[in-house]
Each structure stands twice: as structure tokens, then as C-alpha cells.
Ligand binder design. Structure first.
Ligand SMILES: [Ca+2]
Ligand SMILES: [Ca+2]
Ligand SMILES: [Ca+2]
Ligand SMILES: [Ca+2]
Length: 321
């Protein structure tokens, strides 16, 4: 049984794992190395690390110790936890100060990410846009710890209110493990959780801070995280009454490419999805009688009607409202 504090959820940009955006207009230019070249260099260092270190799993965090190249107890060769890898793309979008629109980071690299599942977790796997409560310990490849956050924090993709956006590699690996099986509100500002998912992941810098250095982290450095996944919340980013998961109109797993009215704001961030001048929330509201009074309600997603003669739900069809 583990405890965490709710007060830990409100955080500024001092927390290392958070993907704080650099100020665009400070006039300083950084020489940026080629992303593919940096990845090639990073993955070589990561694989060398895996082959020449063993790992011990502690209750909170891990320790590494140098062993002979490809020794049977190296992370590369050991069999206690399966060493897995996955190919991930950088899915970071930034709000452009020039156009006022979200634009995807230009990055075509296919990143190989190594990870070991320490515990599957007894809860659910998060959807990419869910808010997730996680805790972590973070290490550099020189085995120094750059940061730990044992109490945990809420993250969001993209950032929403007090829940901050985290680096792409951290966020995406959460989809490989489950949250805790149960979280109990103790009523005193603390919660208790059981059987959280836990993963140790080796993240190339292109899915972390890339050229930006941070306290205890150098530019272009790959990072190691030991992460516990504790809880998730489904999100309605634009608070229009439709959960993010229902705003993937073309059903391709990517919410950024669904922009029904073509105004540059994807539906999950657009208050008026079809651009007819009536907000989505207004369009999915109906009135009914309850105890002799007229009340307003929102249709559950499945029950939102089409326009007469239409083929899509009315909030996506500008021919009616
Ligand atoms: Ca929504
Ligand atoms: Ca889509
Ligand atoms: Ca739109
Ligand atoms: Ca509308």
C-alpha cells in the first residue's frame, strides 16, 4: 500500500519532467543538431549502457552497477524482467505564437525506446489524451539521479489547467502499463493505492528535452525513468460536453487531424466543431421535464441525433443546430 498527497498536483515548470516550452522571442538562437544523427548517437549509448550494467529494483527507484560487456546479469541479458523495445514517433504539438494554431514539431525520426515492465499494474491502460497520475525517479546514463517525484502528479496531453504536459517518451510509455488496481480517498488529503503499473524506460533525447539542458541534465542526453502509473481520468479538453475519445471523427487514433470546420483548431480544442456559430455544447443540449420543471441536459454521446436527412451527428453538421 502506498500513499500520495493530492497537494502534489499543482506544479510549476520547475519540475524536470515537464515539457516547459522555451520562450520563442528571447532572440537567442541555438545551433540545433540533426534529429536523426542525435538519435543514432543516443541509441548507441543506451545499448552500450544496457549491455554493461545490471539493475537492482528497489521499492522507490532502481540502482545500476557496471558489469562486463553482455554479462549474463547485464540488463541486456538478464531474464528477470523482459527487455522490450517499441518504435515511437515524437507527438509533440506546440501552440505557434505566429499563427495561433497548434503545429506539430517537425520530426520524422522513428525512435527505438527500450523498456522493462517491472509490474503490469492492476488497473487500466490510459488513452493517449487521458490525464494520468504518476510518480517517478529519473537517472542519467552516468547513473546519477537527476530528479525524483515520489508523491506523484497529474499530467495531461496537451496541457490542461493544473495538469501539465510531460515529455513525449514518458507520456507514450504509459500506454504499455496499467494504473493501480484501486485508489482510496482517505479523506485527509492523502490517498492509498495498490498494485500500480511500473516501468523502467530509456528515452532518447528526441523524445525528451533534445537540445535543451536542464538542472542535472545536459543537452542531447538520453534519460532513464522508473515510473509508477497510479490513476487516470478521462478528459474533455475543451469542456464542450464531448470527451476527447469521442472527438476522433476519422477514428485513426490521432485527435489533431479532426478539424470539421477547417479553422485550424482540432475538434477536441474547438468549442464550435462545425463552425455554424452555435457551440457544440448548445447543440448537444436538450430540454426535458423533471418533477414538473423544465431542465436542460446533455445527450450521452451515442444519443446525439443527426440533422434531418444528415449522416453525421448534428454538432458536426453546419446545416442544423
Ligand atoms: Ca470535447
Ligand atoms: Ca483523427
Ligand atoms: Ca475546428
Ligand atoms: Ca456548432
Amino acid at each position: 500500500m502506498k500513499r500520495f498527497l493530492t497537494s502534489a498536483i499543482v506544479l510549476g515548470c520547475s519540475l524536470l519532467v515537464i515539457n516547459c516550452k522555451k520562450n520563442d522571442d528571447n532572440g537567442k538562437e541555438t545551433v540545433i543538431r540533426d534529429r536523426q544523427e542525435v538519435f543514432n548517437d543516443n541509441i548507441q549509448k543506451i545499448e552500450e549502457f544496457l549491455k554493461t550494467n545490471k539493475m537492482e529494483v528497489l521499492e522507490d527507484g532502481v540502482t545500476f552497477e557496471t558489469v562486463a560487456n553482455e554479462a549474463s546479469n547485464s540488463i541486456w541479458k538478464q531474464t528477470e524482467y523482459e527487455l522490450k523495445s517499441i518504435t515511437l514517433k515524437n507527438d509533440t504539438y506546440n501552440l505557434s505564437q505566429k499563427t495561433g494554431k497548434y503545429e506539430k514539431e517537425v520530426d520524422n525520426v522513428e525512435y527505438k525506446v527500450y523498456y522493462l515492465i517491472i509490474n503490469e499494474g492492476g488497473g487500466e491502460k490510459p488513452y493517449k489524451h487521458d490525464n494520468v497520475f504518476t510518480s517517478y525517479a529519473g537517472y542519467n546514463l552516468d547513473k546519477t539521479s537527476f530528479d525524483t517525484f515520489p508523491f506523484g502528479f497529474w499530467s495531461s496531453y496537451p496541457s490542461l489547467g493544473a495538469a501539465t504536459e510531460i515529455i513525449s517518451g514518458y507520456r507514450q510509455i504509459l500506454q504499455q502499463i496499467n494504473t493501480a488496481s484501486g485508489v482510496t480517498d482517505n479523506g485527509d488529503g492523502t490517498y492509498t493505492y495498490e498494485n500500480p503499473g511500473r516501468v523502467v524506460v530509456f528515452i532518447p533525447s528526441g523524445l525528451a528535452y533534445f537540445n535543451t539542458s536542464r538542472t542535472n541534465i545536459s543537452g542531447y542526453a538520453p534519460l532513464i525513468f522508473d515510473i509508477k502509473s497510479i490513476a487516470l481520468k478521462e478528459v474533455d479538453h475543451d469542456n464542450d460536453g464531448i470527451l476527447d475519445k469521442y472527438e476522433d471523427v476519422n477514428n485513426n487514433g490521432n485527435l489533431w487531424d479532426d478539424d470539421t470546420d477547417g479553422d485550424g483548431k482540432p475538434n477536441f480544442l474547438d468549442l464550435d466543431d462545425d463552425g455554424d456559430g452555435y457551440t457544440t455544447k448548445e447543440e448537444i443540449t436538450y430540454t426535458t421535464q423533471e418533477n414538473g420543471e423544465t431542465v436542460k441536459k446533455l445527450y450521452p454521446f451515442d444519443e446525439i441525433p443527426n440533422c434531418q436527412g444528415g449522416s453525421v451527428k448534428k454538432h458536426l453538421d453546419k446545416n442544423c443546430h
